[in-house]
Write a protein that binds this ligand. Structure first.
Ligand SMILES: [Fe+2]
Length: 181
């Protein structure tokens, strides 16, 4: 099924999922500040598609702007983004997950996920965001804190399996859209 969807969309995929190493896009300080804001505002999050989601407070948007990450990604990938973007905090605990899906292509076609907190039940435990790329290429990324993945979220089927007991994931998701025609 995922292969079928990915195959249908492959001509529209502009970039493959691209992983950025620890603190390459957000500094260690910025990641620590983002996590603190995420912890402080966790109580305001709502259950959405299997995990807790919060439209990020202005303090998060300020750090995103300060990092200049959106301009960096646009330049590196030869993309043009609208000035408006979306920042969400995603909280996963035991049994939380997100089913295979595509983001709304009319809103924010591209997405940048940055890991803010990752608690593992054991050193060998793995849990990942997964992607079906064009030509059935499967990719899974178990990001470390401070690592990011940038992907064409409207045309790359993606999801995350349920988290095991004792595990926790907190992500910042920044959505970017192309200019409206
Ligand atoms: Fe998504």
């Amino acid at each position: 099924m995922a292969d079928f969807i990915a195959g249908q969309l492959k001509d529209r995929v502009r970039i493959r999922p691209t992983v950025y190493s620890q603190f390459a896009l957000f500094s260690e300080r910025q990641v620590a500040d983002l996590l603190q804001i995420a912890k402080d505002s966790h109580g305001d999050s709502r259950d959405y598609m299997g995990r807790q989601v919060l439209r990020a407070p202005d303090a998060v948007k300020s750090i995103v702007a300060e990092s200049d990450v959106i301009n960096c990604l646009a330049a590196e990938h030869g993309l043009v983004f609208r000035p408006d973007n979306e920042a969400l905090l995603l909280y996963y605990q035991k049994s939380n997950w997100v089913p295979l899906h595509l983001d709304d292509q009319l809103e924010y076609e591209f997405n940048l996920l940055t890991m803010l907190r990752r608690v593992k039940a054991s050193e060998t435990s793995r849990t990942a965001t997964y992607f079906w790329g064009a030509d059935g290429e499967f990719m899974a990324t178990d990001l470390r804190v401070g690592e990011s993945v940038f992907f064409h979220a409207s045309y790359t089927p993606h999801g995350r399996p349920p988290l095991p007991e004792g595990e926790e994931v907190v992500l910042l998701a920044v959505g970017m859209g192309r200019p409206r025609e």
